[in-house]
Design a protein around this ligand. Structure first.
Ligand code: ADP
Ligand code: SF4
Length: 675
């Protein structure tokens, strides 16, 4: 990539990493795709788009070195045999086609894997209960196990080299085996691999050596090290032992990839619980102790922050996982002076949910991620229009805006009508909730990009009726009119409409105007809304009781790695929390619950009941239009079709635009062996 003539030139300088040279400072750090060894073509297509988008280094997700590190049912890569070499080579070729380097994150999970598929005994430094709740314990490794383990690392490194890797990892992060050896919390050994800091670093030193030997100097050796386990004084801390560890190993790897550990979510905290660049204070010391290049992450989306971190010597390479998912073309856009077009990550962690649910990656901002091979979608390219049909989109929320942008980019003449003055739909409310202000970027990006398209016209403060729509005379109508929160109590646990006394004060997130204390929030939706409203109202000084049908607060936020911090925040705010209570009936001044376990009835007094349960589509226009013989073809997208989270609304709008005027749409491709 040629050096650009703009102020970000420094970000495009090549960086020597041991025997290889990264073409620029943009480094896509390892991140899960939910694809793993089962989907080599889909993985390769996803990584290729990153390389094409200008990431000088593209890393794989965790790649198991041996069957004793099996994270099933989650998707991980593996380098156990020659089939794996051939599969990974597809990704290497794809990344190399664009002049980028491929980094392979070799991995052993130790007591962090259950080995459910391989049924191998799990390994650990000193014997430990398995972390992932499954029954069983990992056995303590003896010297023969350590020798075997080093052999596996070497063999996998050699396979990685043959597959085409340029950088091979020693992975001592995220509570996995090498970090388990490093950590005084769980390494209780009394031999030369336990005790002093020097002893606990021994395994990593040996791993670096075998990796270097096995790759014969052809590949750079990266060390991924979690500088703080976030377990307090019991573990490694960035202002304590981490400095001794970095000093001891300083010049051994060719590259330091530094992050935080503890649970996986700690280094990819959502925007609700962290600012862009929040890791800077943790990792800044590393560069002063080594002459080797350093890469770190921090949900960077601002080129100014990137530039400052490089100039101030915090990092040499700008590491990114989520920003590269939200916009695989982020580097190219900075290079070409189009930084205003970057689709900034909003830090919602829907991408983490894909991993935690063991399904292919999805992203709120980037509807094409995960679809590169499955549906042939590309983040920057879309087919031109196939007809001159004029399209009317009703509703300017995430679905309507995305459909307008993608259809407009295809060249169609599009009119978007929105009832309100401001675009954004549901985001206008959701982005005002505590910690969610970044969510408005979903609207801002699309609004900005639409302002560049002369063929898209937006009418605000235009509430359309079925008659208006017919009179408008479009060739195709797209209803993106969203959804509203249910008032009848139907949710996850509540399957039927509730009995609600007519004098009871009952509200939903759509109408918070006349709430009376104490406010009883009933969360039977279990994503962010119930917890976020509890936080908002408590901060406003209201008396809040939070009740959920589930055993934990905001249960589905486990998938976005936010559940602990959400619950901790509600506890911190002194909110009265009741879990496992299913709403049975609502009287004028109290609500009656059944406890999930004992089915005992419990009455809780309330001023108002705030129901956060389920959604119903706002689709009356669809009913009206399909009943008329003079209406043009009409389609529903987003929440108007099937209410869900913002990521699904954006995807739905994008899908409509991709498939519009296509004569036939094949089902999504899946990878499976030929019979
Ligand atoms: P989605 O997430 O599917 O995009 P939203 O609820 O965020 O759904 O957005 C729906 C948008 O549609 C809102 O901004 C709402 O004001 C608008 N809308 C709903 N009904 C009409 C209508 N009849 N005419 C114009 N705009 C409408
Ligand atoms: Fe960022 Fe959310 Fe996309 Fe993840 S899903 S990359 S957090 S916008």
């Amino acid at each position: 990539m040629a050096l650009p003539e703009n102020r970000y030139r420094k970000l495009f300088e090549p960086v020597q990493i041991g025997p290889v040279t990264a073409p620029n400072r943009f480094y896509q750090t390892p991140h899960a795709t939910g694809m793993g060894w089962r989907a080599p073509r889909a993985s390769a297509a996803l990584r290729e788009v990153k390389a094409e988008g200008g990431w000088g280094v593209v890393a794989t997700e965790y790649c198991s070195i041996h069957p004793s590190s099996d994270d099933s049912p989650f998707a991980y890569l593996s380098l156990w045999d020659e089939d794996d070499v051939r599969a990974l080579a597809v990704t290497a070729e794809a990344v190399h086609r664009h002049g980028s380097l491929l980094a392979v994150e070799l991995w052993h999970g130790g007591f962090h894997t259950n080995n459910r598929m391989t049924r191998e005994a799990a390994l650990s430094p000193s014997g430990q209960r398995l972390k992932l709740l499954g029954p069983g314990s990992a056995r303590a490794m003896d010297k023969a196990d350590i020798r075997a383990f080093l052999g596996w690392q070497g063999a996998a490194a050699e396979r990685a080299k043959r597959a085409g890797a340029d950088i091979v990892y020693v992975y001592a992060g995220h509570d996995y085996l090498p970090l388990q050896f490093l950590s005084p919390r769980v390494n209780r050994r009394s031999d030369e691999y336990g005790g002093s800091t020097e002893n606990r670093t021994r395994l990593i030193r040996e791993m670096i050596e075998v990796t270097r030997q096995a790759t014969g100097g052809a590949c750079a050796v990266a060390l991924r090290f979690a500088v703080d386990e976030l377990h307090g004084a019991e573990g490694i801390t960035f202002d304590g032992e981490a400095r001794d560890i970095v000093s001891l190993l300083a010049e051994l790897p060719d590259l330091w990839d530094v992050n935080l550990a503890g649970a996986l979510g700690n280094d990819s905290r959502s925007a609700r619980f962290s600012e862009e660049g929040f890791q800077e204070s943790y990792v800044a010391f590393v560069k002063s102790l080594t002459s080797k290049p350093v890469v770190g992450v921090g949900r960077f989306t601002s080129p100014e922050t990137m530039l400052r971190q490089v100039r101030e010597g915090v990092l040499d390479l700008i590491g990114a996982a989520r920003p590269s998912i939200a916009d695989p073309f982020l580097p190219v856009k900075i290079r070409d002076g189009r930084a205003d077009e970057i689709r900034e990550c909003i830090g919602c962690n829907i991408c983490r949910a894909a991993n935690n649910e063991a399904v292919p990656l999805r992203c709120t901002q980037n509807p094409t991620i995960g679809e590169e091979w499955r549906r042939g979608w590309h983040p920057q390219r879309i087919a031109g229009k196939a007809s001159d049909r004029r399209i009317l989109i009703v509703g300017g929320g995430p679905a309507g805006l995305e459909a307008a942008l993608a259809l407009g980019t295809r060249g169609y003449e599009v009119v978007l009508a929105e009832e309100r003055r401001e675009l954004g739909g549901r985001l206008l409310f959701e982005a005002r909730l505590p910690g969610l202000s970044t969510w408005i970027r979903v609207r801002d990006h699309r609004q900005h990009m639409l302002s560049k398209l002369a063929n898209v016209t937006i009418y605000r403060e235009s509430r359309l009726t079925a008659r208006d729509i017919v009179e408008f005379g479009a060739d195709q109508v797209v209803l993106a009119t969203g959804s509203r929160w249910r008032r009848d109590g139907i949710g996850v646990a509540g399957e039927r409409p509730l009995s609600i006394a007519s004098a009871a004060s009952v509200a939903t997130p759509d109408d918070l105007e006349s709430l009376r204390d104490p406010i009883l929030i009933y969360d039977d939706d279990n994503y962010f809304m119930g917890g976020a409203l509890a936080e908002k109202l408590a901060r406003e000084g209201r008396a809040v009781i939070y009740v959920t049908s589930q055993p934990i607060v905001s249960a589905w936020t486990q998938m976005t790695d936010e559940q602990y911090p959400v619950e901790a925040r509600l506890v911190e705010l002194g909110i009265d929390i009741r879990v496992g209570h299913v709403l049975a009936k609502v009287e004028t001044d109290h609500a009656v619950f059944q406890t999930a376990l004992s089915r005992e009835s419990i009455a809780i007094a309330m001023g108002s009941l705030l129901l956060v349960t389920g959604h119903e589509p706002v689709d009356h226009l669809y009913t009206d239009l399909t009943a008329r013989a003079d209406a043009p073809p009409v389609t529903r997208i987003g929440d108007c079709l099937a209410p869900s989270h913002v990521a699904d609304a954006v995807w739905s709008g994008h899908r409509f635009a991709r498939e519009f005027d296509q004569p036939s749409i094949p089902p999504p491709r899946r990878e499976r062996p030929q019979p």
